[in-house]
Design a protein around this ligand. Structure first.
Ligand code: ADP
Ligand code: MG
Length: 334
C-alpha cells in the first residue's frame, strides 16, 4: 500500500509535465518515447549504492538524488547526446517508507533529482520500487538520450597530434569530499547551491551538444572516475598515448586551498569531477568557453609505443613522469 502511495507521489511529481519525446510516462506497464526523426538512441545505466557512492550521514538527500541523475547525464554529455528521459529502479529499506523521517528523506531525494532534471529538460518516465533486502538504499538509473544518426562523440577516434582539452576545473569533488569527511558532522543543513562540486556536480550536457553540433571534437569522454583513469580509457580506445602538461591543469578553487601535492592528487585521481575531456585537431581553434564553461588545453595525444604506459606527465620543471591510472572509487574500502 505504501509503495503504491510512493509511486503515486512520484507520478504526481514527475509524470505531469508533457514532453515532446515522452508520449506516455509513468503509470502504465511501459513508457512510450518518440525520439526525434533522424536520431538514434543512446542508453546509459548507473548504480548509486549507499556506502559506495554516498553516505546517508554525509550527503544530504537532495545531493544523493542530484548525483544519481548527474552520473547518467554526464555519460550522455560525453557522447554529445540530448537527454530524453530517465528510469529509476529504487530499493528502499522498510523504515524509509514506513516512518515520517524516512519519507522526508525520500521526498528530498526526489527533489534533488527533479531539480537537476528540470535544468536539463528531462523527467522520470518510469522505474521500479522495491523493499531493500538490507538497511541500504540502492538506486539504479537508466538514461536515454538522442543524437543525430552516426554523429555521437566516441572515445575511439582521437588521433596522434590532437590536442587534449578539459572542461571546467578539476579536483573540486575530492576536495569537497575531504572537507565533508573532516567535518564529519552529518549532512546538516542543505548548503546553498553553487560551489559544491561533490554534492551538486554540474554535468556538461550543453558542452557535449556544442562539440557534436559544431564538429569540434574527434573523441570525448567524461572524467567521473578521475583524469588519470578516464584519459587512460580514451588512449586505449583510440590506440594513442598522451602527454599531460601539469602546469596547464585547471584546479578547482576548493582544490587550490589544499597543499599542492594533495591538490594535484585530487585533480589527477580524485574522480567525481563531472567534466568532459575531449580531443580536437591542433589546427582547430577551440574557444576559451563553450556553453559558458571554461575550456582548457592540457596536453596532446601522441603515437602509442608498444610496451610503454600511455600517459606521460610533464612536470613544471620539464621532467617527464609516467602517470598511472589511479582514479578510485570513494568508500571502496581500498
Ligand atoms: P509494474 O508492476 O507493471 O512494473 P509498477 O507498479 O512497478 O508497475 O509501477 C507502476 C508505474 O510506476 C510504472 O509506470 C512504473 O514505471 C512507475 N514507477 C514505479 N517505480 C518507480 C520509480 N521508482 N520511479 C519512477 N517511476 C516508477
Ligand atoms: Mg514494476
Amino acid at each position: 500500500m505504501r509503495e503504491l502511495a510512493l509511486i503515486e507521489q512520484i507520478r504526481r511529481d514527475f509524470g505531469t509535465s508533457r514532453s515532446r519525446t515522452i508520449a506516455l510516462g509513468i503509470g502504465d506497464d511501459c513508457a512510450i518515447l518518440r525520439p526525434p526523426i533522424g536520431s538514434e538512441i543512446l542508453v546509459t545505466t548507473d548504480f548509486t549504492l549507499e556506502g559506495r557512492h554516498f553516505r546517508r550521514n554525509l550527503h544530504p538527500p537532495e545531493s544523493v538524488g542530484h548525483r544519481c541523475l548527474a552520473r547518467g547525464l554526464s555519460d550522455l554529455a560525453a557522447m554529445g547526446a540530448t537527454p530524453l528521459s530517465a528510469f529509476l529502479s529504487l530499493a528502499l529499506p522498510a523504515d524509509l517508507v514506513s516512518t515520517a523521517k524516512g519519507r522526508t528523506w525520500i521526498t528530498r531525494f526526489f527533489k534533488g533529482l527533479r531539480l537537476l532534471g528540470k535544468e536539463h529538460g528531462i523527467t522520470l518516465a518510469g522505474g521500479d520500487t522495491a523493499q531493500s533486502p538490507a538497511n541500504v538504499i540502492l538506486a539504479d538509473i537508466v538514461l536515454l538520450g538522442a543524437a543525430p544518426v552516426g554523429k555521437s562523440l566516441r572515445r575511439s577516434d582521437a588521433k596522434p597530434g590532437d590536442a587534449i582539452y578539459v572542461t571546467g576545473a578539476l579536483g573540486g569533488a575530492a576536495a569537497e569530499l575531504s572537507a565533508m569527511l573532516t567535518r564529519n558532522a552529518g549532512p546538516g543543513k542543505l548548503p546553498k547551491m553553487g560551489n559544491h562540486p561533490q554534492m551538486f556536480p554540474e554535468p556538461r550536457v550543453a558542452v557535449g551538444q556544442t562539440l557534436l553540433r559544431r564538429k569540434l571534437a574527434t573523441a570525448c569522454i567524461d572524467i567521473s572516475d578521475g583524469l588519470s583513469t578516464d584519459l587512460t580509457h580514451l588512449c586505449q580506445s583510440s590506440h594513442v598515448a598522451a602527454e599531460l602538461v601539469q602546469a596547464a591543469i585547471p584546479f578547482h578553487t576548493l582544490a587550490r586551498k589544499l597543499n599542492s601535492a594533495t591538490a594535484l592528487n585530487a585533480a589527477l585521481h580524485g574522480g567525481e569531477d563531472y567534466e568532459l575531456l575531449f580531443a580536437a585537431p591542433a589546427s582547430i581553434r577551440i574557444p576559451h568557453q563553450l556553453a559558458g564553461v571554461p575550456i582548457t588545453r592540457i596536453g596532446q595525444f601522441t603515437r602509442r609505443k608498444a610496451g610503454r604506459p600511455p600517459i606521460t606527465l610533464i612536470e613544471p620543471d620539464g621532467k617527464r613522469a609516467t602517470l598511472e591510472p589511479q582514479g578510485w572509487e570513494h568508500f571502496s574500502g581500498r
